[in-house]
Ligand binder design. Structure first.
Ligand code: FMN
Length: 184
């Protein structure tokens, strides 16, 4: 159950991490639009450290699926699109460590997820996948952190989920925002 005290943007109110995906195809332009939205996130020194591996109607999708934990595979294998978010660890200009790179890539996911909601799509983030498998399968150097997998698609029939996932198939509730303010 979600309650909002203020009239927030519709995409903020409506975004949630559903698990029931339909097999409806996602147009390539919609996938690219999500990546463009992600690219407009702010980043430290405008480094834009986010990088993406796109799995849709290709072999990449199968490799990305293969990296998921079995509990994520149970539902996320129905998603027609998986995107793996990577993050470049170093400043382009001087090669020094960029301490904000994962933070900035997290902002990129937030932008992507809101644009997904705007387009009637789900973008469900997952940490449950084998990062080393991704590194090996796609020959990713250690210049990049492997951050997040994102299952993307349209909402499907909840009754096709396992019983335990059906019970979880609700927008995540929140503490009141006031509880997050520690000084004012
Ligand atoms: C970094 C990160 C890792 C997550 N990993 C998983 C995961 O492996 N499997 C899963 O089903 N959900 C995963 N989630 C989704 C969260 O459980 C979900 O965002 C949270 O419960 C809040 O619900 P909401 O997104 O519907 O508001 C992850 C979310 C984030 C941000």
């Amino acid at each position: 159950m979600r309650t909002f005290k203020y009239e927030l943007l519709e995409v903020i109110r409506n975004r949630w991490s559903a698990r029931a995906f339909s097999n409806q195809r996602v147009k390539k332009d919609d996938i690219y639009a999500l990546i463009e939205a992600a690219s407009y996130a702010p980043s430290s020194m405008n480094e834009q450290p986010w990088r993406f591996i796109l799995g849709y109607e290709n072999d990449v999708l199968l490799k990305l699926r293969d990296s998921l934990t079995s509990s994520n595979q149970e539902w996320a294998n129905q998603a027609p699109v998986l995107v793996c978010l990577l993050s470049h660890r170093f400043h382009a200009r001087n090669g020094k460590e960029n301490k904000y790179n994962v933070f900035d890539s997290g902002s990129a996911f937030a932008f992507l997820s809101l644009e997904a909601t705007n387009r009637g799509l789900i973008a469900h983030p997952m940490g449950g996948f084998d990062k080393e498998k991704i590194r090996e399968s796609f020959n990713i150097s250690d210049e990049y952190d492997i951050v997040l997998m994102i299952a993307i698609g349209y909402l499907g029939d909840k009754s096709l989920l396992s019983e335990s996932n059906q019970l979880r198939e609700n927008p995540g509730s929140r503490k009141s925002f006031e509880e997050n303010i520690i000084v004012e």
